[in-house]
Design a protein around this ligand. Structure first.
Ligand code: ZN
Ligand code: ZN
Length: 318
């Protein structure tokens, strides 16, 4: 089958990749659409030590099991199912987990993939294939609200207006925060005001925000994030970045800022938001490529300021 793999330090589309054979508890899924995210680009630069089929944001059709014939999305962390984390429903922290297309498990940029059946969720009819591709990054955005619990719904700032930041800012607005967004690529973001997100200029107010989310993954972004967090506020770090930050942490101590690391989230709240039409994802799609042309799609996604590039298996469109 067609599969887009990273090995020996480079990506390439293979036409002879063996169809996956599901281990016990796994089911085969036919890929309908998949999204390219920054993690894929980082893997392709050799940062994560992964080798295999790339891709972790997907919607597909289950080819067997209790979801057979239905459209599904799937949690990307494949836990051992016996450790304490897995028993508490948090396989995303299982110490021996594999992660779809990221660590030890072939991913979604292929005609077929295999996923643990317990990781699957059916996609409601009113959510299109292309929108369902956003469930994984949207779940990561929803995780912030879950982690913060009932923190005061005051002014919130998201730094980074890219693929993830523009989802985070929307989720915060829907959750009741006065949600501001700042970033380098603010063009084509007029629509986001309709969700209740306010775009602010390059220099957001210092010491003003009770909640600041850094989705830039840069030292500069982190510095600004610390400066904008008001005393006793929360600072959420939303992006992993290759390389080490050099940042002065004194203001974190002086202002008693709570720093929260945040990665993946549960899919249920994200699917609910998409099904309810409360989040807008269509404007975030930059381009679509069939799997057979994923090389071009990947090059497109690597350009600066490009938002979501969708790879189509056999996609129903929007
Ligand atoms: Zn991703
Ligand atoms: Zn486990």
């Amino acid at each position: 089958m067609l599969a887009f793999v990273f090995d020996e330090g480079r990506t390439r589309l293979r036409r002879d990749y063996p169809r996956p054979d599901p281990p016990p508890g796994f089911v085969r899924v036919r890929m309908l659409a998949a999204g390219i995210c920054n993690t894929d680009l980082e893997i392709a630069r050799g940062y994560m030590g992964f080798c295999g089929v790339l891709g972790h944001e997907f919607v597909g059709e289950a080819l067997e099991g209790s979801f057979m014939g239905r459209r599904v999305v799937g949690g990307i962390n494949f836990g051992c199912n016996v450790c304490e984390w897995c028993r508490r429903g948090m396989s995303r922290h299982c110490p021996t987990r594999s992660v779809l297309g990221i660590k030890g498990a072939d991913g979604a940029f292929a005609e077929e993939l295999v996923v643990p059946e317990r990781n699957l969720l059916a996609v409601p009819d009113r959510v299109s294939d292309e929108h369902a591709v956003f469930v994984e990054p949207l779940a990561a955005a929803c995780e912030i609200v879950e982690q913060l619990g009932d923190v005061e719904r005051g002014p919130a700032l998201t730094l980074g207006a890219g693929k993830l930041g523009s989802l985070v800012a929307q989720v915060l607005a829907v959750a009741g925060f006065a949600s501001d967004l700042v970033g380098r690529h603010m063009e084509n973001l007029d629509w986001i005001a309709q969700i209740g997100v306010r775009r602010v200029g390059e220099r957001p107010d210092r010491d003003h925000y009770g909640l600041v989310v850094d989705a830039t993954g840069t030292s500069e972004g982190l510095k600004t994030a610390i400066a904008c967090t008001k005393p006793r506020g929360h600072l959420v770090l939303k992006t992993t970045v290759a390389g080490a930050h050099q940042v002065d942490l004194a203001p974190v101590v002086i202002n008693e800022i709570s720093v929260v690391g945040s990665r993946c989230g549960r899919f249920e709240p994200a699917l609910d938001l998409l099904a309810g039409g409360r989040i807008s994802v269509a404007p975030l799609i930059d381009a679509r490529y069939p799997l057979a042309e994923i090389d071009e799609g990947f090059a497109h996604a690597s350009r600066r300021g490009v938002r979501k590039v969708i790879i189509r298996g056999d996609c129903r469109g929007t």
